[in-house]
Design a binder for this molecule. Structure first.
Ligand code: FMN
Length: 183
């Protein structure tokens, strides 16, 4: 598939690699529709790439029912862009990985959503009907505001499960399709 001129940046935090694995699957989904993708660890932010992207997908693990401090720091560091309205009109989406089935992951998506709204971005969710609650099911967390995945306290090679990773890929593909719809 030819690359479009559109690009999606995925900025994430992942101390133990599970959220990074999810981010990688989101990126695979974006690539499926020929949109360029930039994967970016929040500890090494390229602000120019973010400014030029048509969409930014933000993600981090759920810590104590909240964002991780690294993602929060990034949010505060974006305040000059907030003032200048640099990201206004860009598409935004969010994801989080947690150890619990609920684990209060929704609070993280809500915080990312509010951050995007503060910037005047356009929110894109996860309009996928859950297929069930098993490890191979899609959207087994039944999340619609954004992507939720769950990892056990086990190596990144075995968790999050297949269904969560496939949901992540679908989420990336969907977000990229939305980017292509914006003129
Ligand atoms: C300090 C701390 C707090 C955590 N709090 C939560 C929580 O509130 N909810 C939850 O589902 N998981 C919680 N977890 C589990 C992490 O979300 C999980 O280990 C993480 O998503 C793994 O992602 P990573 O491999 O990308 O670092 C917590 C883990 C740590 C270390």
């Amino acid at each position: 598939m030819p690359l479009s001129s559109k690009s999606v940046a995925i900025v994430y935090h992942s101390p133990y690699g599970h959220t990074a694995k999810v981010a990688n699957h989101i990126a695979e989904g974006v690539k499926k529709v020929g949109v360029q993708v930039h994967l970016m660890n929040v500890e090494h932010v390229d602000w120019d790439v973010l400014d030029q992207a048509d969409a930014i997908i933000f993600g981090c693990p759920t810590y104590m029912g909240s964002l991780t401090s690294a993602l929060k720091l990034f949010m505060e560091q974006s305040s000059k862009r907030w003032l200048a309205r640099t990201w206004q009109g860009k598409l935004a989406a969010g994801f989080t990985n947690g150890g619990g089935l609920s684990g209060d992951k929704l609070a993280v998506l809500q915080q990312i959503n509010l951050f995007a709204m503060q910037h005047g971005m356009l929110w894109s969710g996860l309009p996928m009907m859950p297929t069930g609650r098993g490890q191979n099911d899609l959207n087994r967390m039944s999340s619609f505001l954004g992507l939720m995945t769950q990892s056990d306290n086990a190596p990144v090679e075995v968790t999050p499960p297949k269904g969560d990773l496939e949901t992540a890929m679908w989420f990336g593909e969907y977000t990229a399709l939305m980017v292509n719809r914006i003129k």
